[in-house]
Design a binder for this molecule. Structure first.
Ligand code: ATP
Ligand code: MG
Length: 334
């Protein structure tokens, strides 16, 4: 029986962090054994913020090394670099003809980025969801393991795929769904007291998979908290809730219950909570960091993996683009 197709990618805009791991990579590791998986490094997507070419090149290799260090197996799935597939750029062009300014301007991530970078509202940023739809549709994926921040983009991918099918009267693209094994999509908070953990938000707000123990501890101890509660059973502020959320990801149940109880009876000391969280976080990150150190710099191995992945991924992409070309009338007569 044919396995269901899975696609997901991560932008090479910096080191992978705990949010990328919990929202995406953790699912990849499990899915690779159950589905036909395509995992890529989204270097086209990273161009929206105009990276320096040297940094981009280095980051692509780093993310590849980090994928492997986390346990993504190039034999069990297809790992590739997005820009190795010109078919994606072509499908993006085709889909763009049926993507409208109004609907793109309403996308939350566009509105947020346009607000935070008012001097760089480029067309690539506006059409980001179209490129993401092309990433997914090019392999006709059904499941897309992503964090909560990508939910709206998945909705757009369905819209663009369905629209293309309808206009050209063909069922080329199935409907992709966001996926997480826990059923609910994950949002790992940053350390700045609000918002999700993001590569582009500054190093002190993220726990990188590549951070050493001392760095992890230092970052957690500096995380934004709050004044201690004064009323029993009060609702934690966002910053405190974030610390509890991080604890849920890496600490054991007993520890979590202890701190929830001390919060409820107002005896909590945030310094102690952070110390405990720092230890548990360091224990979680340390084995991954060790593997990253072993693998990054092994350009020969990474190169072989990228080449093998590009060939496998192009095989799948070229079939889809051939059909899409036919559907729109690019049929050869010579
Ligand atoms: P950037 O700031 O460059 O956009 P990012 O940290 O948001 O980087 P992406 O490359 O955009 O990371 O996202 C890669 C994957 O990681 C996506 O599936 C996304 O949903 C997931 N992800 C990113 N941040 C989080 C988070 N804080 N919690 C859960 N999942 C996340
Ligand atoms: Mg992002």
């Amino acid at each position: 029986m044919n396995k269901e197709i899975v696609v997901s990618g991560i932008r090479p805009t910096g080191n992978l962090h705990l949010g990328n791991y919990m929202g995406a990579v953790k699912n990849f590791i499990k899915m690779q054994h159950e589905y036909n998986c395509y995992f890529f490094i989204a270097d086209f997507h990273s161009l929206t913020t105009h990276p320096n070419p040297k940094d981009l090149h280095q980051n692509v290799k780093q993310v590849l090394a980090e994928y492997i260090a986390c346990g993504i197996d190039p034999e069990a799935c297809t790992i590739y670099i997005q820009s190795d597939l010109p078919e994606i750029a072509e499908l993006y062009l085709l889909l763009n003809m049926h993507a409208y300014k109004g609907e793109l301007e309403r996308v939350t991530s566009f509105k947020e980025k346009a607000k935070s970078h008012p001097n760089n509202i480029n067309a690539g940023l506006l059409t980001y969801p179209v490129l993401m739809a092309a990433d997914i549709l090019i392999h006709k994926a059904l499941k897309v393991p992503v964090g909560k921040d990508q939910e709206q983009h998945l909705e757009m991918a369905r819209t663009f795929g369905n629209r293309f099918n309808r206009i050209y009267n063909n069922e080329l693209f199935p409907e992709p769904q966001a996926f997480n094994y826990g059923n609910q999509l994950v949002k790992v908070p940053g350390l700045q007291g609000g918002g999700k953990m993001s590569k582009s938000d500054g190093d002190n707000t993220v726990i990188n998979l590549n951070d050493d123990d001392a760095t992890v501890r230092k970052k957690i101890m500096k995380a934004v908290s709050d004044v201690s509660p004064t009323e029993p059973n009060s609702t934690p502020s966002q910053a405190v809730q974030n610390l509890f959320d991080l604890m849920t990801l890496v600490s054991n149940q007993e520890v979590i219950s202890y701190y929830k109880t001390t919060f409820a009876d107002c005896s909590i000391r945030y310094g102690d909570l952070k110390k405990q969280l720092a230890e548990d976080m360091a224990l979680f990150i340390s084995p991954i960091k060790q593997k990253i150190d072993e693998i990054s710099g092994n350009d020969e191995m990474l190169g072989k993996i990228a080449k093998m992945g590009a060939e496998k991924a192009r095989d799948s992409a070229s079939k889809t683009i051939a059909t899409a070309r036919e559907m729109i009338g690019f049929t050869k007569f010579y």
